[in-house]
Ligand binder design. Structure first.
Ligand SMILES: C[S@@+](CC[C@H](N)C(=O)[O-])C[C@H]1O[C@@H](n2cnc3c(N)ncnc32)[C@H](O)[C@@H]1O
Ligand code: SF4
Length: 444
């Protein structure tokens, strides 16, 4: 079985934070659709909000996010101004003020706006939307920049969940990925956030990085678990040097191969499960008390552009360059180029530049793929009652023969061995991937 899994693990498939994936977005969908979808949104439902800040003090070599090095403070200030302006523009189009159930600041490094900058954007959101009483307010943080003032400021703004980029604690690995971050910085950041009342903490780790070994990862897991995070996201390193210039400085000879990546993913799962975490989906771990674990246990786990979430909200409004919004009828992404984004917003135009429409069939494919990614299982009579999936059933046969998937009537379930390859199983239901698999990262 191990050899079979290793063979499939080399395939390049999407991570399916959406279906269709952002790689399929085209310029056929743009601001005109965004306006229409905003005008028609059901304001009786709550909405989730994502705010993207595409700046960092320095770029890490491995980073695949949409961000760049911030060279001037006036550029950051102009970006903050554009976010404020965009919130006003979008809320003017909504038929009524909507309730916000979740708000997520992502990046880049959102804290680069400073507490006052974040506060000014939060103020316009509070003026234009209604925050639900138990809303989640989350932010991605770089532990190296979590000062006492920042932690306290975030606490005052009502932040109640923080996600810290830890990546790996081994100094040799850190040097190889251009992210020198003494463990002391992480410990201090955690202590400051907890003192400021921000108690829900998530750590991001990455495996498949240069110089990592199963032994070094065991140590990293033990060290980070000792800080008692509620949640851990452990991503497989996505190496895309053709798209990301910073990754060209990674020494490819030091990268673990597909077999080693598979071993690393297995070791990480052993380490965290052995310390009382539950495995959630393909790359998350959570304490049983954490909202994500509770959602997984009760079948309420979802997957959206930020990864696994207990957020069942059907509408997501993204603000900022490259951010993606999700509506019943489709996805729309803002311009990624930051100066063009700022120009569009400053001249009073919506900044959407690409996206895709979702018809009933695409929605059913999306539900099927989300179900597989969240629970390793899809009952097609529930997720896609109108689709026969003849071609898909034929494509699943070799996976079934190899013991990776079980098919009973119209219920598709990844076997224990097939769980680590659920992206490959999901890709069977994605007609786009069959022709362009080369654009994605390794299955494990
Ligand atoms: C936008 S970063 C936010 C965190 C913050 N900027 C920091 O670095 O501490 C979100 C996470 O994406 C993950 N990430 C970034 N580039 C990646 C890549 N090429 N492959 C896999 N994960 C990656 C990292 O774990 C990172 O913490
Ligand atoms: S990993 Fe975080 S800090 Fe590093 S470049 Fe990416 S977004 Fe910036």
């Amino acid at each position: 079985m191990n050899d079979i899994v290793r063979r499939y693990a080399r395939l390049q498939v999407p991570r399916y934070t959406s279906y269709p994936t952002a790689a399929e977005f085209t310029a056929d969908v743009a601001a005109i659709d965004q306006r229409q979808w905003l005008e028609n949104v059901d304001t009786a439902e709550a909405v989730s909000v994502y705010l993207h800040v595409p700046y960092c003090r320095d770029l890490c070599l491995y980073c695949g996010c949409n961000t760049k090095k911030a060279l001037r403070d006036d550029v950051i200030a102009a970006y903050r101004g554009a976010l404020v302006h965009e919130v006003a523009l979008v809320s003017d189009i909504l038929p009524a003020p909507m309730r916000i159930a979740r708000l997520h600041w992502g990046g880049g490094t959102p804290s680069i706006l400073g507490v006052d900058g974040l506060a000014s954007v939060m103020q316009v959101l509070r003026d234009r939307f209604v925050f639900e009483a138990d809303h989640e307010l989350a932010i991605e943080l770089d532990p190296r920049y979590v000062t006492e003032d920042l932690a306290n400021g975030l606490g005052r703004l009502g932040v109640n969940r923080a996600s810290l980029g830890v990546q790996d604690v081994n100094p040799l690995v850190q040097a190889a990925i251009g992210r020198c971050q003494p463990m002391h910085d992480v410990e201090t950041a955690v202590a400051r956030l907890r003192r400021a009342g921000i108690l829900n903490l998530n750590f991001d780790l990455i495996y498949g990085l240069p110089l990592q070994t199963t032994a070094s990862l065991r140590k990293t897991c033990a060290i980070v678990a000792a800080l008692s995070p509620d949640r851990i996201a452990c991503y497989g390193y996505a190496h895309m040097p053709h798209l990301k210039a910073n990754q060209r400085r990674i020494d490819e000879r030091a990268l673990p191969d597909a077999d080693q990546r598979l071993d690393q993913a297995g070791i990480i799962a052993d380490e965290f499960i052995g310390r009382g975490f539950q495995k959630i989906g393909i790359d998350h771990f959570a304490r049983s008390s954490d909202a994500l674990a509770r959602a997984a246990a009760s079948g309420r786990l979802h997957r959206n552009f930020q990864g696994y979430t207990d957020d069942g909200t059907r509408n997501l409004i993204g603000f900022g360059a490259s951010s993606i919004s999700m509506f019943k009828d489709g996805y729309v992404q803002n311009i990624s180029d930051v100066p063009s984004y700022v120009r569009a917003i400053s001249s009073g135009r919506l900044a959407a530049s690409r996206g895709c429409r979702l018809d009933a069939a695409e929605r059913q494919r999306a539900r099927t793929i989300e179900s597989l990614m969240c629970s390793f299982h899809a009952d097609l009579d529930i997720t896609a009652p109108d689709l026969s999936f003849d071609e898909e059933f034929a494509l699943l046969q070799p996976l079934a023969r190899d013991g990776l998937v079980r098919i009973e009537d119209r219920v598709v379930t990844a076997t224990e061995a097939g769980r680590s390859l659920v992206r490959v199983i999901a890709a069977v239901f994605d007609p786009h991937t069959r022709v362009n698999a080369a654009r994605f990262s390794k299955a494990v």
